[in-house]
Design a protein around this ligand. Structure first.
Ligand SMILES: [Zn+2]
Length: 640
């Protein structure tokens, strides 16, 4: 039975050489972290000597107000490259991205599990040829392995085997364009057309995820042309079925990477906080960069965790018959009661130290308080220049965030007044998506069923969701004398699994004459472990983000002169952790690294048409992504 993984360890490893920004905080946070955050920082070495009983660690977990990570100074790479200022490069890059879009690497739900038996994967052959042709320098130095036919795993071997590899990832496939939406596109969906005036590249995949993949290749090609020879091994992996679950692509790439790098016992440099084989992994996702709090704060939101997932189905079976002599409630009526009950009782929003969104909110609260102390920003901000339609943290809420006993009220307020995006990173969502039942107007339905999708909050478990749904369904089942059973992978693997169902079944001797109701967990995935924001690796990510995206107060000052003017740290950008409400290929990769980041540095105010009509990419934003990858490789090419 998968549950939250916690092992009583804290993130300050013995023998670690933390960055200065981490070191500054250690005195204050070592003990609270060991005591308080073990639950949400799984599998991190160190502090084992404390040997806390699990219950003791869990008992205090929600009593510590997390601290916003100290914002590290912006860090320029050893070679600063600014492709976004080079118009020739922008034209060439737009041509590359356009060409990638024109190769229709579309994933369909009904594709064969064996890619060699599926014709519709064939465009990937052209895509691979395009990559080899377009990025010859990188292909001349990296070893390429094709995994499960179309998965790509490149290794650019570093000179220092004591440094763990870093993994950069982007997927090759795109979602289909439904025939009936083609006429609504401003440009043909697979044209890859570039409008120089607006700076937009159009077409399916231009912002999900061929831009990220091309950015990685462009950055690596540039590095090779600069004569860069990595000390740290660099990996590039690319799945080909991310949009339909990732089983064939990421699933097999994971196996290959574990096989190749998994036994890292000898690889450790005494500088590591974990025995997982990769130093860090970066892939698509997150909310990117942008401005929030009515224009008062510039933020970056790499996602450090993903919510869990569960599809559940309720099936009711009753006796049929002629509808001229019906019972008071048909199968459809009883199912409706259950669904109404479910919607009347949504999951509670919650803020806890196991959810990094709390840290994010504290970061915003600190920054707003500081701004007001300095007399900047005004009461609640009046800068309308670049408004993000999000929840504004007023003073009352900021106070609540610093009082653990008031987190439930704060969570409810955010859920009520915030956007849906803000709400569902602190709440398990529930959506009744499919309903069937009945065949004829004059016949009683013999069965009715509904399928419900849940996205499980990072501080909850699939089992908690199953239990709650089961409790509500059982209530209606009792009312109508239905016999309840629960089925699914979660229940099947649990020794005490059937207990609640038995508890709720009609007592012996009493006829369950009303019929049967069955609750099935069709598929489920637990929330991912949450990557730490206090690690030196996250610190390096933040330093690099703060260099490439310094914020409005610092824009234009981070070119050749990287000292940073007007701000001691060289950047106004607040790097703060987020959570993904959806899932990516990375949900499979928890065994590969402790530091897993979903970060695609586009502005989160830019509607780029992902998965819908008029998908497009701003070529300058794309260039900044490429620049960011280039800077991250250089900044992490040594002990971190
Ligand atoms: Zn994607």
């Amino acid at each position: 039975m998968p549950t939250k993984n916690h092992n009583g360890r804290c993130p300050t490893a013995g023998g670690a050489r933390p960055q200065a920004w981490v070191a500054r905080r250690l005195a204050f946070v070592v003990l609270p972290l060991c005591l308080g955050l073990t639950f949400w920082l799984p599998n991190i070495g160190g502090c084992q000597a404390l040997n806390l009983p699990r219950d003791a660690a869990a008992a205090v977990v929600d009593d510590e107000v997390p601290k916003c990570p100290v914002q590290p100074p912006a860090r320029a790479p050893s070679v600063v490259w600014q492709p976004e200022t080079n118009s020739t490069w922008l034209d060439e890059s737009a041509a590359r991205l356009g060409a990638a879009v024109r190769i229709r690497t579309v994933s369909y739900d009904d594709m064969d599990l064996d890619p060699t038996r599926e014709e519709r994967f064939k465009p990937l052959v052209d895509f691979h040829a395009f990559l080899a042709e377009t990025f010859p320098l990188f292909h001349s130095v990296a070893n390429l392995t094709k995994v499960n036919t179309y998965g790509l795993l490149y290794e650019w071997t570093g000179s220092d085997p004591s440094l763990k590899p870093a993994l950069y990832q982007g997927h090759q496939d795109v979602v289909p364009v439904p025939e009936d939406t083609v006429s609504r596109w401003s440009h043909e969906p697979f044209s890859g057309e570039y409008d120089r005036e607006t700076g937009l590249v159009w077409g399916r995949g231009s912002s999900d995820d061929k831009n990220m993949l091309i950015s990685i290749f462009e950055a690596f090609e540039q590095l090779q042309s600069e004569g860069f020879r990595p000390r740290r091994t660099i990996l590039l992996s690319s799945g080909f079925d991310e949009e339909i679950g990732g089983q064939r692509g990421a699933g097999t790439l994971l196996v290959e990477m574990l096989r190749r790098y998994g036994n890292s016992g000898e690889r450790g440099n005494g500088n590591s906080t974990t025995d997982k084989p990769l130093e860090f992994i970066i892939d698509e996702g997150g909310l990117g960069i942008g401005t929030t709090q009515q224009g008062r704060l510039d933020v970056a939101l790499p996602a450090v965790g993903e919510k869990g997932y569960a599809d559940m189905r309720i099936d009711i079976e009753t006796e049929g018959g002629h509808s001229s002599i019906p019972p008071d409630h048909t199968a459809i009526g009883m199912l409706s009661e259950m669904l109404v009950d479910l919607e009347k009782n949504p999951f509670e929003p919650s803020l806890s130290t196991r959810n990094p969104v709390l840290t994010h909110l504290i970061c915003l609260a600190d920054a707003l308080d500081e701004q007001e102390l300095r007399g900047g920003g005004g009461a609640d901000g009046d800068d309308q220049a670049e408004t993000y339609e999000g929840f504004v943290l007023d003073r009352a809420l900021r106070k609540q965030l610093r009082r653990p006993d008031q987190w439930p009220q704060a969570a409810r307020r955010i859920a009520k007044d915030g956007t849906r995006t803000e709400r569902f990173v602190i709440q398990t969502s529930q959506a009744i998506d499919v309903i069937t039942g009945g065949v004829k107007a004059n016949a009683l339905p013999e069965s009715a069923s509904a399928t419900i999708n849940y996205r499980v909050s990072v501080d909850a478990t699939v089992q908690q969701v199953v239990d709650k749904v089961e409790g509500l369904v059982a209530r209606v089942a009792r009312r109508h004398n239905l016999e309840l059973s629960v089925d699914g992978p979660e229940k099947a693997n649990s020794s005490d699994a059937s207990e609640p169902a038995r508890r709720d079944a009609p007592s012996e001797g009493k006829q369950a004459s009303g019929g049967k109701v069955k609750l099935t967990v069709i598929q489920s995935t637990e929330p991912t472990p949450v990557s730490p924001v206090t690690s030196s690796q996250f610190g390096m990510l933040a330093s690099t983000i703060r260099h490439v995206f310094p914020g409005r107060g610092q824009e234009g000052q981070n070119g050749a002169d990287e000292k940073g003017k007007g701000n001691a740290t060289g950047s106004d950008r607040i790097v703060t952790p987020g959570v993904m409400a959806g899932n990516t290929d990375l949900r499979r990769y928890s065994d590969l690294s402790t530091n897993i980041w979903r970060f695609h540095p586009n502005t989160f105010m830019m509607n780029s048409g992902k998965h819908t009509v008029d998908e497009r990419m701003d070529i300058r934003a794309h260039a900044k992504t490429t620049r960011f990858i280039h800077a991250l490789v250089r900044n992490t090419d040594g002990p971190i």
